[in-house]
Design a protein. Structure first.
Length: 619
């Protein structure tokens, strides 16, 4: 834990202490007082208390002792606890137990005074000497356990709760020796504190665990007029919650420290002036700088010294000093966080890409700066390789598209010649002049026509992304009408029944979407069982900013293992002799739908038909 964190935790303990704690300088000027101290004397605020001297509420002779003892502490001496009177703001006088010691407060020598109000205890001591029942009434105060013993450990009085833990009534315990009532394993260490209180004639305080509880225990010696210890008051207060909180804090701090130490990311913390106070192993590995080299150095000097020429150049120190001045001085945004990318050069000359997250950590002086740095060199290299791959792929695609355009254009001319001359020869061979030659020429004609259709489909497929129109609002009702007009001959021949629900307006390329409807409906007509009139229904439903379309038919169906294959280029489920086509129709539909940011899929049942689904963006 850093000094800053330790000071912060220490202050939290002081602020929540039930005992009064005051810090003053050698002259008695109050520098700090915790809430318990303000409540004890009746001051409303720390500012009000700081206007007074720490000795102002003491009798004159006690004030002189206070000045003298302060000088002793500054000279390196230690002082025993002191019982003294104290005058409150309301004029009342109380008795307090005072423990004082020398401290450094904000870089200057000072005296820390620990004050406990013992007025009530002194009153109890007096009453104990007079009346036994009054003793018991006082012992049964909010303190969990209390007992009054003589110097030999004989119980003179005991409260109900303490008696209950010993398994007897308070009356039956009077006159018993307390050491005979405790387990042997705890008697020795408790007698140690008991004997120390008798020998020192001072209160002894210690923590002990009893079962599953922790107790704050006090052994208070009671002195006769001659200064001899005649009795001891033992009290114990349940402070299990405080101990658990401290243990949980310690455990959390240990876990946090282990996490920081084992992190592969660099974790850096600066003080309020930007000087490095924490530099974990991850930061050493990434930057090549050890903690010994950077602790106490300002962050901008480290960054400027490690930054590469490409990222900072000779003006990097000024640049980073300006950045850190903004981080440290701009109090408008206490929860500032920022994420920065950059390059560094390690002492060994390696250049690394880093990602740096900077954030503010609230502290008693405003805030400190924390930073997490991550080595993203591998990621940057992968991004660069991916960019180069994408650039190469783009060039390859452009070359391929250019090749397809040229090839499809240049192939059409000889194909037209092959088909045309085949047809001329077929006319010449009619009327059975040469049946064998007519058969061969028919094969050539069909092959040429198929090749021509394949070239046209391939050209259309290659142009989906490069030659498409801009997206505009498109009425699907009109798109469907255009598609049906293009299929008019097939519709007339098969007497197909086509129905549809109300169709929406989408944001799309009208020509390409028409092609999708035309291809799917054409397939539904083509792949229908023999002797069955094709029935097709088209519907649309809104879904997450898109319209989901469904085209359902009563065709032959598709085996489940081919659900994905049918959308692949040139993939066919049936021979051309059975069902003509190029195998590009559904692949073209998939390419068009994906250009629109949608998706396409099929659900089918053999012999009962198929439903093709696809999505298009709403207008």
């Amino acid at each position: 834990m850093s000094d800053e964190e330790e000071n912060w935790n220490y202050k939290a303990l002081i602020e929540h202490s039930s005992d009064a704690i005051v810090v003053h300088d050698i002259e008695g000027k109050i520098l700090y007082a915790n809430p318990a101290a303000l409540a004890l004397v009746g001051d409303k605020s720390l500012e009000e208390a700081m206007k007074k001297s720490a000795f102002a509420r003491l009798p004159k002779n006690m004030a002189e002792i206070g000045h003298r003892d302060s000088q002793k502490l500054l000279d390196g001496q230690s002082l025993p606890p002191l019982i003294a009177p104290l005058f409150l703001t309301n004029g009342n006088r109380i008795e307090v137990e005072v423990n004082a010691n020398f401290v450094n407060f904000r870089g200057k020598p000072a005296i820390q005074v620990h004050i406990r109000d013992i007025t009530h205890r002194r009153q109890v001591d007096e009453i104990l000497r007079e009346r036994l029942e009054t003793e018991r009434a006082l012992l049964n105060s909010p303190i969990d356990m209390a007992a009054l013993l003589d110097v030999n450990g004989i119980i003179l009085n005991i409260n109900d709760n303490f008696a209950k833990t010993l398994g007897q009534s308070p009356q039956s315990l009077l006159g018993s020796c307390i050491w005979n009532l405790m387990p042997a394993e705890v008697t020795d260490y408790r007698r140690k504190y008991f004997d120390r209180a008798i020998q020192s004639k001072q209160t002894v305080r210690y923590d002990e665990k009893n079962g599953d509880k922790w107790y704050d225990s006090l052994v208070n010696p009671i002195l006769s007029d001659q200064g001899r210890v005649i009795q001891l008051a033992i009290t114990a207060r349940d402070n299990t919650e405080r101990i658990q909180i401290e243990e949980n804090l310690k455990e959390s701090e240990e876990e946090l420290q282990n996490l920081i130490k084992s992190s592969r990311d660099g974790i850096i913390i600066t003080d309020e002036k930007g000087r490095i106070t924490k530099w974990n192993k991850g930061a050493e590995i990434i930057t090549g700088l050890t903690a010994n080299e950077v602790l106490g150095v300002t962050a901008w000097e480290i960054q400027a010294g490690n930054v590469t020429k490409e990222w900072g150049g000779h003006n990097s120190l000024s640049r980073y000093r300006t950045l850190w001045d903004q981080l440290l001085n701009d109090s408008n945004d206490q929860h500032f966080t920022g994420l920065f990318d950059g390059q560094i050069r390690t002492p060994g000359g390696d250049i690394k890409y880093i990602e740096q997250s900077v954030f503010r950590i609230p502290s008693q002086r405003g805030f400190r700066i924390g930073a997490i740095i991550r080595d993203i060199t591998d990621r940057k290299m992968e991004e660069q390789q991916l960019k180069e791959f994408a650039d190469n792929l783009k060039r390859s695609n452009e070359d391929l598209e250019l090749f397809v355009t040229i090839a499809t254009h240049d192939l059409q001319e000889p194909l037209r010649g092959i088909v045309a001359y085949s047809q001329l020869l077929l006319n010449y061979c009619k009327h059975g002049k040469s049946p064998q030659m007519e058969k061969y020429l028919k094969v050539i004609e069909n092959s040429g026509l198929q090749m021509s259709q394949l070239v046209n489909d391939l050209r259309m497929y290659s142009r989906v992304r490069t030659r498409g129109d801009q997206f505009i609002p498109v009425d699907i009702q009109k798109v469907l009408s255009n598609a049906l007009n293009n299929l008019q001959l097939a519709i007339k021949e098969t007497q197909v029944v086509i129905t549809h629900d109300e169709l929406p307006i989408v944001h799309a390329d009208a020509t390409q979407v028409t092609q999708v409807f035309q291809n799917i409906i054409d397939n539904a007509i083509k792949f229908c069982g023999e002797g069955i009139v094709p029935e097709i229904h088209i519907s649309a439903n809104p879904e997450d900013g898109m319209w989901q379309f469904a085209i359902r038919d009563n065709g032959i169906g598709i085996p489940e293992e081919y659900y994905n294959k049918i959308f692949i280029l040139f993939e066919r489920l049936h021979g051309r002799d059975t069902y003509p086509g190029t195998g590009l129709g559904l692949a073209l539909c998939k390419r068009i739908i994906e250009r629109h940011g949608g998706r396409i899929w099929v659900e089918s049942e053999i012999g009962k038909g198929s439903t093709f689904y696809f999505t298009l963006p709403k207008a």
